[in-house]
Structures are given as structure tokens and as C-alpha cells.
Write a protein that binds this ligand. Structure first.
Ligand code: HEC
Length: 106
């Protein structure tokens, strides 16, 4: 019985330590953040992922690894408010890319 209890305890501790390891940022968000933040969008608010990961570590005592992963995720899904000058690379493409016009040679 003691052995079983010890084994169970060890398993619990081991899984607790690895709780965030190997989880996708989507899963991390769904598990830890979605209760209060319905969507990961709009949380980054144009901040850099480094600043955000400090925020996450500070406020949510996330491990530095999961904070980095989450921060990068929040930045990647962040939608700049309409009209704001967002970073072009991060802006979701709403318009279709224009294919180059065929060149008419006469
Ligand atoms: C217990 C509820 C709760 C949970 C869980 C929670 N948050 Fe928050 N979070 C808040 C509140 C409240 C604020 C401050 C209000 C605001 O700024 O919208 C906040 C603010 C933030 C901000 C700053 C938003 C801003 O406007 O500057 C970020 C980024 C953030 N949370 C990310 C996360 C992430 C990532 C997780 C998961 C690790 C998480 N939160 C989990 C309640 C929560």
C-alpha cells in the first residue's frame, strides 16, 4: 500500500512538474487563460513578445518557457485595432494577394 501510494505520489509530482511541457500554446491558453480571456486575440495589444512574456511570468507565475511560448502565440494571433498602424508582417491579410498582371507584349 505504501509503495502504491508512493508510486502514485511520484507520478503526480512528475506530471505536475511537466504540466506545461510539450503543450501547444493553444492548449496552454485553453487550460490556463480561457476561463477569463475568451479569446487570445487582442491581448498582446501590439506589445513585443519579450515584454509580454515578462508580464505573463510576473502576473501568472508561468514558467519562463511557457511564458515565452504563450507570448509568441499571443503576438502571432494579435489583431491590431482597425485603423492602427500595425506591424505589416503581423497583420492578417484580409484582402486577397494580387497576382501580377500578365504583361502584354505587342
Ligand atoms: C483569473 C482570471 C484570469 C486568468 C486565468 C488569466 N487572466 Fe489575463 N487578465 C485578467 C485580468 C482581470 C486582466 C486585467 C484586465 C485587462 O487588462 O483586461 C488580465 C490581463 C491580461 C493581459 C494584459 C491585457 C492588457 O489589456 O494589457 C494579458 C496579456 C493576459 N491577461 C494574458 C493572460 C494569459 C496568457 C493567461 C493564461 C496564462 C491569462 N491571462 C489568464 C484575468 C485573467
Amino acid at each position: 500500500m505504501t509503495l502504491a501510494a508512493a508510486a502514485a505520489l511520484t507520478a503526480t509530482v512528475a506530471s505536475a512538474q511537466n504540466l506545461d511541457a510539450g503543450k501547444s500554446p493553444e492548449k496552454l491558453f485553453a487550460d490556463g487563460c480561457a476561463t477569463c480571456h475568451r479569446s487570445p486575440r487582442g491581448l498582446a495589444k501590439g506589445r513585443y513578445s519579450l515584454t509580454l512574456s515578462w508580464f505573463l511570468q510576473d502576473h501568472y507565475s508561468a514558467s519562463s518557457d511557457s511564458a515565452k511560448v504563450l507570448a509568441a502565440y499571443l503576438v502571432s494571433v494579435d489583431t491590431p485595432p482597425p485603423g492602427a498602424a500595425g506591424k505589416p508582417a503581423k497583420r492578417p491579410s484580409r484582402s486577397k494577394p494580387h497576382p501580377p498582371q500578365p504583361v502584354q507584349t505587342q
